[in-house]
Design a protein around this ligand. Structure first.
Ligand code: ATP
Length: 744
């Protein structure tokens, strides 16, 4: 789809948009720059910038600082600042430039810009605050001919230029005065301004335009001989080129890391794909889908008398003449930002739509999982993350929103790391003394980061080759299994940044509710069963014994909840209790559990109550169970007869003794195993498939998996089930209070 904006009949030599695309600055090949503003859907000329004495060849409007740089054939460049409804010019001090200034571009951070000129000069310009003028640092190793184009690397410190000596060069554009420190780059070490890092030889065409990809890993340029060139930072010695049969190209941009758009004398923008791995550039499509190449025809017609005489009507094309420049109008993937995170700081994100993170240099981790350099991690709506760096790092973030920030507040990560250090010492001691490794329970009020601390502790342990057992007793938001269960697993490798733990052979017990308070007796009983299995595993596998156990709890601390904490501590025989952000709780636990070491830790400022998001989280967790973390699994839907399965409910309602038949005493109703008949009341409920064949053992045995009731046909006496398996592995099912409506 194309939109046409018209600014008269003269060719547009250069143009640049303001930040929100409501204004545009154009050069129509004269010595002025015209600024148009959209008023009631029409472009209205609002300002004319008159200071140049000759043709304006380049314009760049810095979106954030709202400054415009213009370059002209009058050998000058000006920076225009908008004050009191007037654009005020200030000349740039380009002392050694005595030919036309052909190109000018702001750096991504807009604290400097670069210009290129016909007398082979390239200058990086910045504002001298003390003396209040725009100074220029000239690049010494200059090209051997006119500098025609400039592109900035997203890291703000590398500059690519193309020139008429058929070469494309990458220079360091680090300027001491404005750049705090030199950044790392995958194109080589950045040092002083003008250091030449790469020189790429093109065939034999003047280079008209050059571009870096959004992440800066690739560079591409076009030359007058209709060739597209591209190089990737991973292999800078290999220049990929595509010799095309089109008319010469004048401009090039990257849409993403591999998609390139070129334009020029052909009238229509063309899309190509650059495959860095295979070293190929392949044509994809014409953006302006014309049947015939209008540029070729009109040029042909200039020399073709016969054609002129017959006066064939000019074919209609969106572009009626050469394409001089391509500028992104609306970015599909939001803005890319390079962010430097200082040592000990955390970058936190609460994702609105989608967000991509890439570690460019240094070391960093997300909740204890190390990030790999160059790998892109994607987060979707509602996800939270925190990138912590112990040594300092640089990351690229692509997000359509500003849904991330670098936290400057006091960060408890060092304290958490110290706890990990202490646990590791205990493991080493256990290893030498052939005893048991540490068993930790993490408690606290709701939403203080308990699950996150557990995740970090087991991730750090796994990174050292340990295999701790993670036990998650959080029935509302279990990290291992679906809501309404408690679960345990051996952690052999750190959790995936995007998908969490890789769940291999988890041990899962059915509970059936999202808070322990719904049936605290049942909750405590299944905790006892779980503890028994975990103890057996630890005692029988030496590595597990040494690596220890990390138990996550619910934030349920009412009277019975507190008693439940003590029950957990006793059944799992924990040595250390970590209490997050609650002096009251740690004091009480210290006095009630004298043999256990209680440590109080602060909560992270990044943890925020997620009440509204909890239901969404639960729904996502169940969806993930059936459809996979990336929606890449296709579950089964099948029908089963009522008599093929037996459904049970655990826990009878508490009935006052006065309501029971005389003499009858209802003992422990919380763990009563009640057979129930299949009925429409089961619709959308999760059913846990027990590993037991004996109904009496339903409480003591673990769960094999889950199904969801999608339909109940009382007439045909059938149930339609959503299931990860094509059948139900066992015939005894336990109904859960948790439901899932499959909207897919
Ligand atoms: N440092 C951090 N920066 C940003 N977000 C964080 C940080 N630590 C944790 N979070 C996020 O805060 C939310 C709450 O954390 P978490 O689930 O660990 O708390 P909890 O105490 O276990 O909650 P609950 O009581 O519901 O079990 C989660 O979405 C988690 O990803």
């Amino acid at each position: 789809m194309s939109e046409i904006h018209s600014f008269g009949n003269l060719p547009i030599i250069a143009h640049s948009w303001n930040k929100d695309r409501t204004q545009i600055a154009v050069s129509l090949g004269k010595n002025d720059v015209r600024i148009y503003q959209k008023v009631a859907g029409k472009w209205k000329l609002t300002h004319t910038l008159c200071e140049h004495l000759s043709r304006v060849l380049a314009i760049d409007w810095a979106p954030k600082t709202n400054q415009i740089v213009t370059a002209s054939a009058d050998y000058n460049a000006y920076v225009w600042t908008f004050e009191n409804d007037i654009w005020k010019p200030q000349m740039v001090e380009l002392q050694r430039t005595s030919r036309a200034v052909c190109c000018a571009k702001w750096s991504p951070e807009e604290n400097k810009f670069a210009i290129g000129s016909s007398d082979k000069n390239v200058a990086v310009c910045y504002y001298e605050k003390d003396q209040r003028f725009w100074a220029a640092e000239m690049i010494k190793k200059k090209p051997k001919s006119t500098v025609t184009c400039i592109a900035w690397h997203p890291n703000n410190q590398l500059l690519a230029i193309g020139s008429c000596d058929y070469r494309c060069r990458i220079y360091s554009a680090f300027v001491k005065t404005v750049d705090e420190q030199a950044r790392t780059s995958n194109w080589g070490k950045i040092t002083n301004t003008g250091e030449l890092l790469h020189e790429f030889q093109s065939e034999s065409g003047w280079i008209h335009d050059v571009a870096f990809s959004p992440l800066g890993d690739n560079i591409a340029w076009v030359s007058h001989n209709s060739i597209i060139f591209a190089v990737t930072a991973d292999n800078p010695s290999r220049i990929t080129m595509e010799i095309t049969s089109y008319l010469p190209f004048r401009c090039i941009i990257f849409m993403n890391e591999s998609t390139i758009i070129v334009g020029g004398h052909e009238f229509s923008p063309l899309i190509y794909n650059y495959d860095q791995r295979n070293g190929t550039i392949d044509f994809l499509e014409k953006l302006d889908r014309q049947e015939t190449s209008t540029g070729r025809q009109s040029i042909g017609r200039l020399f073709d008398q016969a054609a002129m005489q017959t006066q064939t009507p000019e074919p209609v094309s969106t572009h009626q003449s050469m394409i001089t420049q391509i500028v992104p109008y609306q970015k599909e993937n939001g803005n890319l930002k390079e962010i430097v995170i200082e040592a000990g700081q955390e970058l936190r994100g609460d994702v609105d739509e989608t967000l991509t993170v890439e570690l460019r240099s240094g070391k960093a981790e997300i909740f204890g999982t190390e990030l790999a350099i160059g790998q892109k991690y994607q987060f979707t709506s509602g996800m939270k993350f925190a990138i912590f760096t112990y040594w300092g790092c640089t990351v690229n973030i692509i997000s359509p929103h500003e849904d991330y920030y670098v936290a400057r507040d006091e960060n408890p990560m060092h304290i958490y790391l110290n706890v990990h250090g202490m646990l590791e010492q205990l493991r080493q001691k256990a290893e030498t003394e052939k005893t048991r490794g540490p068993r930790i329970m993490v408690t606290g009020l709701p939403d203080v980061g308990k699950s996150t601390v557990c995740r970090m502790l087991v991730n750090w342990a796994a990174r050292l080759g340990r295999t701790p057992i993670l036990v998650d007793l959080d029935v509302g938001q279990n990290q291992i299994s679906i809501p309404g269960t408690i679960a345990a697993m051996v952690v052999r490798r750190p959790a995936s940044v995007e998908e969490g733990f890789r769940i291999e052979m988890p041990l899962v017990f059915h509970y059936g509710y999202k808070t322990p308070g719904e049936n605290i007796g049942l909750y405590n009983e299944i905790i006892s069963s779980m503890a028994m299995y975990v103890n057996i595993r630890s005692e029988n596998v030496e590595k597990s014994l040494i690596s220890g156990v990390v138990v996550n709890t619910c934030g349920y601390i009412r009277q019975e909840g507190y008693e439940s904490f003590k029950h957990v501590a006793k059944t799992f025989d924990v040595d250390i209790i970590i209490v997050l952000d609650s002096e009251w709780l740690s004091t009480k636990l210290t006095s009630d559990l004298p043999g256990v070491k209680v440590i109080t830790l602060p909560k992270s400022g990044g943890v925020v109550p997620k009440d509204a998001a909890k239901d969404k989280f639960r729904e996502n967790k169940i969806r993930e169970y059936f459809y996979g973390p990336r929606n890449n699994i296709c579950p089964h839907v099948f029908t089963i007869e009522f008599n093929e399965i037996k459904i049970y409910k655990i826990g009878a309602p508490q009935i006052p003794d006065s309501c029971l038949p005389a003499g009858m005493i209802l003992k422990n109703p919380y763990n009563k195993i009640l057979p129930i008949a299949a009925s429409p009341a089961l619709m959308h409920h999760v059913l846990a498939v027990s590993s037991s064949n004996d109904p009496e053992q339903l409480l003591a045995k673990n769960i094999l998996g889950f199904v969801v009731v999608q339909q109940v046909d009382s007439e045909k006496r059938t149930l339609t089930l959503l299931s990860p398996q094509p059948n139900v592995k066992n015939k005894l099912l336990i109904v859960s209070d948790i439901s899932f409506v499959d909207m897919k």
